[in-house]
Structure formats: C-alpha cells, structure tokens
Design a protein around this ligand. Structure first.
Ligand code: TXA
Ligand code: MG
Length: 401
C-alpha cells in the first residue's frame, strides 16, 4: 500500500493513480478510525477521496485548495462552470464560509441538518477556492447525515468540496463499486461505507428574501420544506423539464445548476431507428445520469396502454436485433418480455425507486442494453426527484401514449 502523505505525491495529474480502498463500517472501531484518519490525511494533503453520504457517494477535496479542487474536475471530466457543494461536519464551520443569513435559512438548518438539504448562501469572499463556486457570489453548503462522512470531514479539519463521485454524465454512485467503476485510477482513495440511503442527491435550495426556491429536487421534499418555510417555489425550469407532447421529446437544456453535464448519446437525435421526429431544440446537447443505451420515458393516463405500447416497441426493437431493457415498477414489471427488466419497487413506495434508480441505470450498461424504455411515476413527494433524474437520464425524451 502506498502512502500519499505529501502534496507532492498528488502532483502528476496524467499518471494513473493508485487508488487506495478502505472499508469502513458505521460506528467507531479501531480499524475504521485508522482508515478515516488516513483518508482525512489524503484530503488535507490535497488529494481526492470518495466517501459515502446518506444520498450518494461524493468525491471530496479540500475546498480551500484550488489544485485539489481542480483534481476533482479532472477526475470527473466535469465542466468547470458547474459549482460544487461544500460539505461540513458542524455548524461552527458554516460561519467561515458564508455571510450572515436570514431566519428561514436558520430554520431550514435546524430542521434538516444533518440531512439531504443543500443551501445556496452568500459566500464569504476568499473562504473557498473560486473553482468551487465557479466564480459565483454564492456557495452551496450541506451537512451530510452519515456517520462516516461526518467523521471524515471533522478529521480532515477543512470544508470538503464534494460532487457526486461519478464520471460526469454517468449515474451517481450509490455503492463504492460504482465509484470504482468510474474513477479507479483517477482518484486517490475510496472509503467504502456500504450502500447509501436516499439514493438520489440532496435537495438544493436558494433563498430569495425569505422565499425558498428549489433548484434541484432531492431527498427533502417540497412538502417537508413547507413545514418550516413560509413560501416554497420550484425553479420554473424544473416544470419545463417534464413537459411532454405526444411522440415528441421536449428539451430544455440547463447547465450550471442541474448537476453534471456532458455531451451524451442520450441527447435526442434524428438518426435513431425508432422513427422519432427530429428534436425542435438544437441546444439539447447535454444529458445527465445517462446509461450508454438510448432511453425514453413512456407516460400515459392509462397504465395498460403504457404497458402495451412499451411491449410493442420492445418487440419491434428485438426484431431489429437490438438488446432491449425496461425500467418498470413492481405493478407491471412481471408482464414485460425484454432482455433486461429492472423494477424500481412499488409505485406506492417511491423511496425505493430513489434508492434503486442509479444502480438500475448502470445495470443496463452492464448488460449491454442499447434500447431502453422507462415507466414514469407520479411527481409527488420523492417522486418529483425520481422523475427529475429520469428525465435527464433520458435526455428529455418522453413519449406520451
Ligand atoms: O447529495 C448531494 O448533494 C451529493 C453528495 C455527494 O453530497 N452531491 C452532489 O453534488 O450532488 P453535485 O456536484 O453532483 O451537484 C451539485 C449541485 C449542482 O446542481 C450544482 O450546479 C449546484 O449543486 N450548485 C453548487 N453550487 C451552487 C451555487 N452556488 N448556486 C447554485 N447551484 C449550485
Ligand atoms: Mg452529480
């Protein structure tokens, strides 16, 4: 095992890194303490270390160290105009990062921290590297509700910038194995703390006066936010993202706020074999969370009609020689014939869909599936975040039947 303990050890960016792996159970034990100390030392020395949170695995680095933060962008292949979330282990770290904030922000922290809520607040100038904020006057901060994450951040003794630990454009990792798949050889270490809980990223909110505006739906639902905030709104572009028109993909390209964005095969295109019309918007060049195969979401008021339409399309694709996959819910999953059928659990328990979604998207790649259809779910509670990610994974290609 090598021991990267100096800043110099992280100096050569193009060389393949020797990625250290630790397994750490929740709760203190002598083994987990020494693993966390080693991982924290890597972060202190300017390295990049992936770690579990209650949402997804993050790829952490010292938020004050521009070189270290650059290593995150390089490892992920992330566009540099997309700012990172800064993770803290205690409220005392917050005042160093942000300027004074209002009563609603205070109430949100009191209620949801530690937990899957990220607050975008006015940044204290110079507190973190400008690469973290992508030059914005604000900084996104959260305190994860995960024992391993909190111990690691506390031991590192610095604010930890951490985007999801996936290659840009890929589904976020809910297992250490997903991190290895995407980033082994590109980062300095991975702390394996088992599967994450929520399965989707944190809810990101900004405060406009005392109004809470949801920029990214996630682990904390709008209804939960309303319990402590007077006014909660959804960023208008979120609604646009799930607009549908019959047999047509609707595109809204948003970058900078929505997560990782890269050129992707799931950007709608005119050259596929499914007789889809060409996209109207020429700007649909980014996709997020995407499997390698082409995926579409199928929606409709009548579930039998949706299932029948999906099966007919699957059969047609199979006749063309494609490997086919369906992302479905327990209520209908048993009825499909395809090369791979993955269930996200019951429509009545969408927390399970949140937990399973990213692993499900990755499983289509593992099975070499090129043609994927996904059932939609109601955009209620955590279902709002599930559909938000699904729509992005499908490059905004939605079919209404
Ligand atoms: O659950 C999570 O939030 C995970 C875990 C690792 O904590 N992290 C995560 O990070 O999802 P990332 O980088 O994949 O997503 C960060 C989101 C992006 O949508 C980014 O655009 C937004 O937060 N963001 C960061 N700073 C911002 C800012 N100053 N203003 C607006 N949005 C910001
Ligand atoms: Mg991400």
């Amino acid at each position: 095992m090598n021991n990267h303990n100096t800043t110099e050890a992280f100096g050569t960016e193009n060389r393949k890194k020797d990625t250290r792996l630790w397994s750490v159970a929740s709760g203190a034990s002598a083994d987990s303490e020494s693993a966390i100390r080693e991982a924290a030392a890597m972060i202190e020395a300017g390295g990049t270390v992936a770690f579990p949170t209650e949402t997804v695995y993050g790829l952490g680095a010292d938020a004050r160290n521009t070189q270290a933060v650059d290593r995150i962008f390089q490892a992920k292949g992330r566009p540099s105009d997309n700012p990172l979330i800064v993770h803290i282990a205690g409220r005392e770290q917050l005042d160093e990062l942000v300027l004074p904030y209002g009563e609603t922000a205070r109430r949100l922290m009191a209620r949801f921290w530690p937990g899957p809520l990220t607050l975008v607040l006015p940044a204290r100038p110079g507190a973190v590297s400008p690469r973290v904020t992508a030059g914005l006057p604000t900084v996104a901060v959260r305190m994860p509700a995960h024992d391993v994450a909190l111990r690691l951040i506390a031991a590192a003794g610095c604010p930890v910038a951490a985007p999801s630990a996936n290659r840009s454009g890929r589904p976020s990792p809910t297992l250490a194995a997903h991190v290895r798949e995407d980033l082994a050889g590109r980062i300095d270490g991975i702390v394996d703390g088992g599967p994450t809980g929520v399965g989707l990223e944190s809810t990101v909110v900004e405060l406009i006066g005392e109004r809470v505006n949801v920029l990214r739906p996630g682990g904390v639902t709008p209804a939960e936010l309303r319990e402590v905030a007077g006014e909660v709104t959804l960023e208008p572009a979120l609604d646009a993202a799930s607009d549908t028109r019959p047999e047509e993909a609707v595109a809204r390209e948003r970058t900078g706020r929505d997560g990782d964005a890269v050129q992707s095969r799931n950007a709608p295109r005119a050259d596929n074999q499914t007789a889809e019309p060409a996209p109207r918007s020429p700007g649909m060049k980014y996709a997020h969370y995407a499997p390698r195969g082409a995926m579409r979401i199928v929606k409709g008021a009548a579930p039998e009609r949706v299932s029948a339409w999906i099966q007919a399309e699957l059969d047609a694709a199979r006749r063309r020689g494609e490997r086919t996959g369906v992302l479905a819910f327990d209520e209908h999953a048993g009825a499909y014939r395809a090369d791979l059928v993955v269930s996200c659990g019951s429509l009545r328990a969408l927390e399970t869909a949140a937990q399973r979604l990213y692993a499900a998207l990755r499983s289509f790649d593992e099975h070499g599936i090129g043609f994927i259809l996904a059932e939609a779910c109601p955009e209620e509670g955590i279902g709002l975040a599930v559909m938000n990610r699904l729509v992005k994974a499908a490059g905004h290609r939605i079919v209404e039947v």
